[in-house]
Design a protein around this ligand. Sequence first.
Ligand SMILES: NC(=O)c1ccc[n+]([C@@H]2O[C@H](COP(=O)([O-])OP(=O)(O)OC[C@H]3O[C@@H](n4cnc5c(N)ncnc54)[C@H](O)[C@@H]3O)[C@@H](O)[C@H]2O)c1
Length: 393
Amino acid sequence: MKKLRFGIFGLGRGSSFISILQDFEEAEITALCEKEEGKLKSAGERCPGAKLFRDYEEMLDSGLDAVILCNYFHEHDVCACQAMERGIAVFSECTSSPTLAGCVRLVETAESTGVKYMLAENYPFSAALLEMKRIVSEGKLGRILYAEGEYNHALPREGLAGLTPGKYHWRAWMPRTYYVTHALGPLMHVTGEMPVKVNAFAVHSDVLEQYDDFRHNYDALAMMNVITDDGALFRATGCTAMGSASGYRFAGENGCVETGRTLGSMVNLSYQSWLVPEGEERNRTYDPQWPANAELAEKAGHGGGDFWTVWNFIQYLTKGTEPFFNVYRGVAMSAVAILGWRSCMEDGKTFYIPDFTKKEARDAVRDDDLTPFPDENGRVTLPCAIGKKMNGH
Ligand SMILES: NC(=O)c1ccc[n+]([C@@H]2O[C@H](COP(=O)([O-])OP(=O)(O)OC[C@H]3O[C@@H](n4cnc5c(N)ncnc54)[C@H](O)[C@@H]3O)[C@@H](O)[C@H]2O)c1
């Protein structure tokens, strides 16, 4: 069997895919790209035979079947297009694109080249969220009316500083709505629903403003209300600095299922007292089991999600099985983040999410390249925090 030749771009997060890929006999890592010498050298030692690159396009031209994009958060779309234009399949870390214009370019490049693209969103693939998908898909809860996704990743000053090298690093400028995929992705995956419109508010933090010497995103959180194509209400954060664990909840007409927060990796399933299905308990908390591949998932990061995203991508490349997080769902989540942020700046105004499958919807945002992320001269076209006075206090 001819192995799929993989390149990994960006060896911070990217290095966590090395051992996962090495467990797949269908794949081999033939190239690594990173501009920081220390990261390149230590990843190179783990991948005997891989060629080492400091330049991304040189790596693309080294003969690859697929590339894993773990470079800067706001530069995935351009790099994905460069790969697809060369016929190289893309496995992209979040986010798909930081601008609406970039979302259009990404979709149109995927369509015109016919090359495979998958967003590497991993949070929906923990044992608990896969179990919740099973419950919701079986219709036990009835129609889903409401779902919550809360992604919390608070760190002390030194932790934030360590993740934010350089004054123009993306983490120093990212508005609170932008890291949306870990909160919204699980809600979309469990229900199969697409976002249609969004409004949002952000909350300023005086504590974060004290870190002004290296970060400029002073909000602690943003909360987005998303109406879906099935008429449900999703409430999703981006990444927040709240002091609790992440959590997810699905409320249907018959009952509720949730995980995270105080439940850890357990699942709590409850029904309305008059709607308990035969053979079920009114309320129970339990440890969910993996549907398959338990051993490999168990040893991978992010609750097993890192294994499942790679597994899904390899199924896509070898068997053509379309992954859930295709380019349309990827850009839909980016658009929620982008327009959710505009809503924060416009006092909670509602914005409609473009349907990127339609040309007229693309044309309406084709030139919309506003961004809170600085270019190499520090120029931005959007603020990255709402400011103290915004929410009327
Ligand atoms: N899904 C998850 O659970 C998860 C976890 C961590 C990070 N991520 C995502 O992965 C991506 C990377 O995260 P990170 O924490 O490693 O970010 P980072 O900014 O710390 O690291 C990016 C790396 O890419 C390298 N790089 C960027 N541009 C380059 C270029 N032109 N040439 C050579 N090297 C270049 C940098 O030197 C750096 O080492 C982000 O999009 C982040 O959102 C996802």
